[in-house]
Design a protein around this ligand. Structure first.
Ligand code: MG
Length: 305
């Protein structure tokens, strides 16, 4: 066991977007900016900033333009990749006009979740993506694909592995460079992670085309991440301090804390490039703004040191 570990992994920090999006309390743009600056100082090289949704859809992200401008003005090291989520053509046009070079798009495995989240079926969301992908190609913008509810859906229950394989192949086919497989309700278990990854590999998808996005709602995130690592996955999404509750389980934790991912990897001799103490400062700052404690045990320990 553990004889085939990678030398390093890539962390996609989703706290400023996925994390804050699920926090109901409004955060000032200046505080988001400070948070992003602290995250960058910790050594994180991939940070998802915000989402270009309609301001009335997610009030927390209504300052997307202002925030992207402000991050630009910080002149942070240019080896940091900043990503913005774009739901449609208008979103990517706005992002492009602001100089954004990397975007993420979103597709769910279930029609019911998709309709609730973006008012489109899975098929309709692919239709919506066609002009987005064309625009990205024309303007040399990289596109990361989120596939959500891969391990189970709050409305449809179990999702077939074939469906996950098909949708992943389609996302790669339309031009996504990587698919982030999301455990939206934090329900996955290691055997299921193995089963789904094996099916994706059999379909010809390579480990480097995949990332894993686990939620710690049921405390399974670390076990699932280790399984992913053993299966050759080297890209993981995480949120500093575990920010972002679970929209499907009131009061439960959502995104796995970046600190836990960093701690796990560093203890196992896998490089992350992230300084845990610096990262902890970023989380402490934002948790302070929100007036709450992290749901992560590790984050609580770090906060006391
Ligand atoms: Mg998430």
């Amino acid at each position: 066991m553990f004889d085939n570990l990678p030398a390093a992994i890539t962390i996609h920090e989703v706290g400023p977007r996925d994390g804050l999006q699920n926090e109901s309390q409004p955060i000032a743009t200046a505080d988001k900016l400070r948070f992003i600056e602290l995250l960058a100082a910790s050594g994180l090289k991939h940070i998802e900033l915000t989402s270009f949704v309609r301001p009335d859809a997610i009030a927390q992200l209504a300052d997307a333009k202002e925030l992207v401008h402000a991050v630009d003005a910080l002149a942070l090291p240019d080896d940091i990749t900043f990503t913005c989520l774009v739901p449609n053509l208008r979103g990517i046009e706005t992002a492009h006009a602001l100089g954004v070079r990397h975007v993420a798009v979103f597709v769910a495995t279930s029609d019911r979740l998709s309709q609730r989240n973006i008012n489109a079926t899975v098929e309709e969301s692919f239709q919506r993506l066609a002009p987005v992908m064309a625009f990205a190609q024309t303007h040399n913008i990289t596109v990361r694909g989120y596939l959500s509810t891969v391990f189970g859906c709050p409305y449809e229950g179990e999702i077939s592995v074939d469906k996950v394989v098909n949708l992943s192949l389609r996302l790669l086919d339309i031009g996504c460079y990587e698919i982030s497989l999301g455990d939206t309700i934090g329900i996955a278990a290691p055997n299921q992670v193995r089963e789904i990854l094996e099916a994706l590999y059999r379909a010809g998808i390579k480990p480097h085309q995949l990332a894993l996005h686990f939620h710690d709602t049921r405390g399974m995130a670390m076990a699932n991440i280790i399984t992913g690592i053993e299966m050759g996955i080297t890209a993981f999404d995480a949120s500093a301090g575990g920010l972002g509750g679970c929209p499907y389980a009131q009061g439960a934790s959502g995104n796995v804390a970046t600190e836990e991912l960093v701690y796990l990897c560093e203890r196992m001799g896998i490089a992350t490039g992230v300084d845990l103490n610096q990262l902890s400062k970023a989380s402490a700052f934002m948790l302070g703004c929100l007036g709450k404690e992290s749901a992560s045990k590790l984050c609580r320990v770090l906060a006391k040191n």
